[in-house]
Design a protein around this ligand. Structure first.
Ligand code: UDP
Length: 483
């Protein structure tokens, strides 16, 4: 039986943020003091289903090292489940996003498999805790652990990274499936108020919009010459750098890009090409196929290039549909006329070195003239923030948390109907034809991220959340705190 694995993430000084934080930095220092008091003698165990690829892993890596510096003993464990489990949890994921997924149901048979598979993990995870510890469980894959952990007397917090604007029958089915587990948690964390499930007590709900780390390999400043060298090294452009392009690793040590990407392209991206890029997991809900169709149908007469970037096939353990989605994208590309194929690049980034992968994403986002996120549903959409931080104009579907990030026409462009290909093409055209507009939007975008979406202010909410659940349990179950 495979054991859950630990993810190491080190510690990062919160002081780094003093230079970028626009608010009163003393508030952050005070939150760190509060955190130190709340966390004294107790560990917060974050449990997720993957350490790679996707927003959850990204956010934990962005935030936990700073929380550790602030005195919080955070640890991060990843479940090692079997493919059958991720088949079911991917179905839950799709339905929670309002889509039928593979068309299967979430009935008693699926519940039995889900619970049976999680039984071993629950026992293993429980062994980690000592009295007073908190288990912070992320997303549907871990929700089934809540009752066992709660029964053992530990505080449990469930973090839902998924949310939709409208509840349809699929969403209702997924919520219904998860509710018996989730309602046992001491607190629930959602990204937006609208995402909090009906039926959960509001007084236990906390809101925490995702945020990015300005200094991670994915978001750190890169010189234009390094951006150019990284694109050459991975094979997206024709440049052949003499030395391996440098970047700073998450732990502050020097890193180098040594790997190449697997790329489907007729020829490399020319240096002066206008580049539209989408960076996403290979998931139908990111609608890569719609983007290809939009490009083929409406942008054939431009000189623009399109790059679809994602993790190397099969690298994201909890996302079993990736290879199938990518085969469809390859098939669509193959059917296109040569002139279009010459301008479309499909890039699989290596995932074996998380920091190196982040630096590659960073370089591509910085090289892009426009970043697009044409998702059909999106809980938050970290890639939007990442590009905005790099002062890029983003064209994105007006859905979910993307609406919180972009102010339409000011800090990016929102397309009301995510399936409206012509509207996406119009937005791209405006930016292709008006570099001044692109620049103004990019600057406003960066400002917005600085004000609202950097990781460090989240420390304040985190310390309060841990404090409040602990206080509540201390009041209601005094025996368990000393057990
Ligand atoms: N990502 C990455 N490498 C890739 C593709 C995506 O590191 O090849 C990252 C991306 O930069 C972002 C995260 O995965 O940080 C995706 O988060 P988002 O919230 O956009 O979507 P999710 O995958 O959670 O649905």
């Amino acid at each position: 039986m495979a054991k859950p694995s630990f993810v190491e993430f080190g510690s990062q000084p919160i002081e780094k943020y003093r230079s970028v934080w626009v608010g009163d930095f003393d508030e952050i220092v005070a939150a760190a003091d509060e955190a130190r008091a709340e966390f004294a003698g107790r560990t917060v165990w974050h449990v997720s289903s993957t350490s790679l690829g996707g927003g959850v892993a990204e956010m934990l890596r962005s935030f936990l090292p700073y929380a550790r510096d602030a005195g919080a003993d955070n640890r991060w464990v990843v479940l090692s489940e079997r493919p059958l489990f991720f088949g079911i949890t991917k179905r839950i994921h799709n339905k929670l996003h309002g889509h039928p997924g593979d068309g299967g149901s979430l009935g008693e048979a699926e519940r039995a498999v889900y619970e049976e598979i999680l039984t071993d993990s629950a026992a293993q995870v429980l062994e980690l805790g000592k009295p007073g510890d908190v288990f912070f469980l992320h997303d549907p894959q871990t929700a089934g652990l809540i009752p066992t952990i709660a029964d053992a007397g530990f505080t449990t917090i469930w973090r839902c990274h998924v949310g939709v604007d409208k509840i349809n029958e699929h969403v209702a089915e997924a919520i219904n499936f998860l509710m018996p587990y989730v309602k046992r948690a001491d607190a629930f964390v959602f990204s937006r108020r609208d995402y909090v499930w009906e039926g959960l007590p509001m007084e236990k709900a906390f809101l925490m919009p995702p945020a990015i780390d300005a200094f991670s390999p994915k978001n750190q400043e890169l010189e234009p010459s390094v951006v150019k060298a990284i694109l050459g090294k991975i094979g997206l452009s024709a440049d052949n750098p003499e030395i391996n392009p440098p970047f700073i690793r998450s732990d502050g040590s020097p890193g180098e890009i040594v790997s190449e990407a697997e790329i489907l392209q007729v020829e490399p991206l020319p240096d002066d090409a206008f580049l539209i890029a989408q960076i996403s997991r290979w998931d139908v809900l990111k609608d890569h196929e719609g983007l290809l169709e939009c490009f083929a149908e409406y942008l054939g007469d431009t000189e623009a290039h399109l790059a679809l970037i994602g993790p190397s096939s099969g690298a994201v353990a909890d996302d079993p549909e990736g290879p199938a989605v990518q085969s469809r994208i390859f098939a669509a590309w193959n059917e296109m006329p040569e002139d279009l194929r010459r301008r479309i690049h499909i890039v699989n980034l290596p995932m074996n070195d998380f920091d190196e992968n982040g630096a590659m994403v960073n370089a591509i986002q910085r090289r892009a003239d426009v970043v697009v996120q044409k998702s059909l549903v999106e809980g938050f959409g970290l890639t939007v923030c990442e590009a905005m931080w790099k002062a890029k104009p983003v064209v994105a579907s007006a859905i979910g948390g993307i609406n919180d990030q972009i102010v339409d026409g000011e800090s990016g462009m929102l397309v009301e109907d995510p399936t409206d290909l012509e509207a996406f093409a119009d937005a791209f055209r405006k930016l292709i034809n008006d570099p001044g507009l692109a620049e103004r939007m990019g600057e406003a975008a960066q400002q917005r991220v600085v004000e609202q979406f950097l990781a460090i202010p989240r420390l304040i909410g985190y310390a309060r959340l841990i404090g409040s659940v602990h206080d509540k349990r201390a009041a209601s179950e005094p025996d368990q705190q000393t057990a």
